[in-house]
Design a protein around this ligand. Structure first.
Ligand code: F6R
Length: 607
């Protein structure tokens, strides 16, 4: 979603702002802008609709050597994507960029009679509000920002500069991330640490309710109530290679292919294969606390939700006396759900910033329930607010469609389930097969990707003109099919929906005709025969079926992708790789933007 960058130092601010905004492109946006201020108090505001390249062209025609500035990529919420709605917004002498939503902007706007509004955005209202306290420089900028933010309802990450003070940027956050990069004679600002990589390794992650006055060689952090904060400087672990394509045409393919390595990172130091046990330090629950768990609430959105569903199927296989409820965060946050005694919540999020997931975390915590994060982004808001957690450690995921995070989220949650089972005294003979397969997964993932890649590229070409797809699976293959359908629809815009095979006769079978193709997941196991019968029912109605299986399969479907692997329990994880590749190659064949699908953003920081 929207991105913020800022710079104050001795170098060219425009250069950093443009390169920083490019780093944030992956988050999804529809317009962008920067403003820089010269030493003699003159601002250069440059904004453009569409890609950063458009902004870059305009900047090239208005090159300046200013040493301070702020920039923004906008993902439209209030008002269409257009140059006038793009940030930075100007009010008097101040310029402001904003991530988040000002919920009471209409009421605030009514009080701001002196400002002539040029955009339809809630963010310009905030700019005008700050100016109403700043009064052309009569009061300090930081005080004006604080006064304004005290009146605001909603979420924000903001950066503000003034023509009158070309040596400071004021930033603040509430619900929308802001990172301050501590450099040598320069200070950098970004809503996402990836914009800072290569410039500095030292960062301060601002907390909600904090405001900072940033100069080239000083950073002063306070709360909105003017209490000083001694901010912790943390290390940015990401390196440049992790945020570059590394020879791949698209980030998505790179991230799919990275899964053998990214899963290894998730497992590092956490498995004891000889004993068939798992050790997770992060959740911070004692044996006694683990033993008392009776109910698991797993919260996530989109892919993280699907990972939770799949993990839930596994955990209930080996953990006695436990109920599992996997919920969609945007729904759960408004439900009046009863949380039974003995509950623990797993909060699943790649970015660690998803607004709905964060809201659930806060509500669940408020009810006194322990929360455990299954998060990728280190230092993210969710990671910092949960009671304990297990980082999945897959490295930056740049492509909007989530792939490597899914695989590791499932396995991290299964490992958490295994720690509960161990504490509850489940025999290691029951748990060991899970631990052994998890240990083998990275290599089996590598092999499956290698074996199936070319074939899937061919199949995807054949099906690229279909507008509708049905994904089908039973048991653990059912949440897997949901994830596969999401991947296809979000990047190739095919209307793909998943159904549990057993549900077909209750409605979806009526859809089967030549406009649709079906992707059937057929794992070996107890429900194999039933799955075969379900496929026959689709075949009898003229279905165009692609079957993905890890066992013998001789039905006359149009295509079969056979996965050769000794992995049985986690075969759906391998099948999901095929579905990821299928979505990727379909999108390439259609010629769409793989890494930045239309209308979507990587990190959904608004509700
Ligand atoms: C789909 C996808 C989204 C995210 C969802 C949650 O490919 O990426 O559905 O999974 O927006 O995001 P996080 O995991 O960052 O909370």
């Amino acid at each position: 979603m929207c991105g913020i960058v800022g710079y104050v130092g001795n170098k060219n601010a425009q250069d950093f702002l443009i390169s920083g905004l490019k780093r944030l492109e992956y988050r999804g946006y529809d317009s962008a802008g920067i403003v820089t201020i010269s030493g003699d108090n003159k601002a250069a505001l440059i904004r453009a609709e569409g890609k950063i390249a458009n902004l870059e062209d305009k900047v090239a025609k208005n090159k300046r050597d200013d040493k301070i500035g702020i920039g923004h990529t906008r993902w439209a919420t209030h008002g269409e994507p257009s140059e006038k709605n793009a940030h930075p917004h100007k009010a008097g002498e101040i310029y402001l960029v904003h991530n988040g939503i000002i919920e009471n902007y209409k009421e605030l706007k009514k009080t701001l009679k002196e400002h002539k509004f040029a955009s339809e955005t809630d963010s310009e209202v905030l700019a005008a509000l700050v100016e109403s306290f700043y009064k052309g420089g009569k009061y300090p900028l930081a005080d004006a920002v604080v006064q304004a933010l005290k009146l605001v309802k909603g979420t924000y990450g903001v950066a503000v500069i003034s023509e009158k003070n070309p040596d400071e940027v004021v930033v603040a956050r509430s619900g929308s991330p802001l990172v301050i990069g501590v450099g040598n004679g320069e200070t950098l600002i970004a809503s996402d640490a990836s914009a800072l990589v290569g410039h500095t390794k030292r960062a301060i992650y601002l907390n909600d309710g904090e405001v900072a006055v940033i100069k080239k060689d000083s950073i002063e952090v306070k709360t909105l109530n003017a209490e000083p904060v001694s901010a912790k400087v943390e290390e940015i672990e990401t390196n440049l290679a992790a945020i570059q394509k590394g020879g791949y045409e698209h980030f998505l393919l790179k991230e799919i292919m990275e899964q053998p390595e990214s899963l290894k990172e998730t497992l590092r130091g956490r498995l004891n294969v000889a004993e068939g046990s798992v050790r997770l330090g992060g959740p911070g629950l004692s044996e006694g606390e683990l033993r008392k768990i009776k109910h698991l609430i797993i919260v996530g959105c989109g892919t993280a939700y699907h990972a939770g569903l799949l993990a839930g199927y596994y955990i209930e296989q080996f953990t006695p006396e436990i109920t599992i409820e996997t919920v969609i965060a945007s729904e759960y946050r408004y439900r009046q759900a009863y949380i039974p005694e003995g509950s623990v919540a797993l909060i699943v999020s790649q970015s660690g910033e998803t607004a709905d997931t964060l809201a659930c975390l806060r509500e669940i915590k408020r009810q006194g329930v322990k929360t455990i994060g299954i998060v990728n982004a280190i230092g993210s808001t969710i990671a910092r607010e949960v009671d304990g957690g297990t980082y999945v450690h897959v490295g930056p995921e740049i492509s909007v469609a989530s792939t490597k995070a899914f695989t590791s989220q499932v396995i991290a949650m299964v490992m958490f389930g295994l720690t509960i089972a161990q504490a509850k005294g489940v025999k290691s003979t029951i748990l060991k097969p899970y631990v052994e397969e998890i240990a083998e997964l990275p290599e089996e993932i590598r092999r499956t990707l290698e074996d199936t890649n070319e074939k899937i590229a061919e199949i995807a070409k054949k099906y690229k003109d279909y507008e509708h797809a049905i994904y089908l699976g039973r048991d653990t293959a059912y949440p897997t099919s949901m994830e596969g359908a999401l991947k296809l629809k979000e990047i190739s815009y095919v209307d793909a929906n998943a159904y549990a095979f057993g549900e077909l006769k209750h409605g979806p079978l009526a859809l089967v005709d030549d406009r649709f193709f079906e992707l059937a997941l057929v794992p070996e196991g107890a429900l194999y025969e039933k799955t075969i019968s379900n496929i026959q029912e689709v075949l009898a109605r003229g279905g165009h079926i692609i079957a993905i299986t890890n066992t013998d399969f001789d039905l006359p479907v149009e295509n079969v992708v056979r996965i050769e692997s000794q992995i049985k329990i986690f075969a759906p994880i391998l099948m999901n790789l095929v579905l990821q590749l299928f979505a990727y190659y379909t999108t390439v064949a259609k010629g769409y933007n793989v890494d930045q699908p239309r209308n979507l953003a990587k990190s959904v920081t608004v509700e």
